[in-house]
Design a protein around this ligand. Sequence first.
Ligand code: CAA
Length: 257
Amino acid sequence: MEFIKVNKQYDKYVALIELNRPKELNALNLQLMGELRDALKKLDDDDNVRSIIITGNEKAFAAGADIKQMADKSAIDMLKIDQFSTWDQIRKTKKPLIAAVSGFALGGGCELAMTCDMIIASETAKFGQPEIKIGVMPGAGGTQRLTKAIGKAKAMELVLTGRFISGEEAMGYGLVNKVVPVEMYLFEALSLAKEIALMSPIAAQLAKEAVNRSFETHLDEGLTFERKNFYLAFATEDQKEGMAAFVEKRKPEYKGK
Ligand code: CAA
């Protein structure tokens, strides 16, 4: 891996992926996104991983898709390369994904953070969709996910002005879960990841899938999907263990079975 670092056991059951193009503020070129897609697929298949953190560095989570790589491309080139198809795979990751964001999360960087299930931000985080300033528009989910996360008026403002918002503002709009001092953001993401990793991984997967459905379907269909996943959880040993542990007043030991 050239542009990311992967630690499969950053903590028990928790994996960490670091975007690693610091000089370019982690601009998301094709190679980096390919590596990220492949790493997530592997971690998704690894029974020793139950939650995954994606982070950058203090200065930048990611400053967007790599503008230099795209600058002279034609529309036909873009259609043929279809670089955002990689993102569809990332979206399909079954395990819970937490973005630990410090510094710039712009354009594709903001979109990548929003593709994750939760965002922990540092006080220095800056979120934005500045594509309009370079003559284009968000292309990897920004118009959809940002609007669903923060509502039409604010999303429209950010997408049409390219303005950045701080972690604190993003928190106020419901885009991020928590804002903490810069020295704490990774620790806070790890605490959240560890808490989730204590749960049945199968239940977590079913629940993640069902929550995501609420964005993708109408209420009727979403409720039916949720109900089926709930019933399906009763096919697992983890369900038996979790409920037995409650009745017996002890801590559950989940095996992912
Ligand atoms: N693509 C390629 N290179 C980038 C980049 C990007 N998105 N963002 C930063 N860089 C590079 C800079 O070119 C610079 O490289 P050099 O040292 O070789 O000149 C290096 O990273 C450091 O950047 P700056 O010197 O610009 O740092 P700064 O602190 O002065 O400014 C910034 C930081 C405000 C984030 C500024 O770099 C910036 O505006 N970057 C572009 C942000 C942007 O427009 N993102 C959207 C991209 S399009 C997109 O993402 C489409 C989509 O929907 C997926």
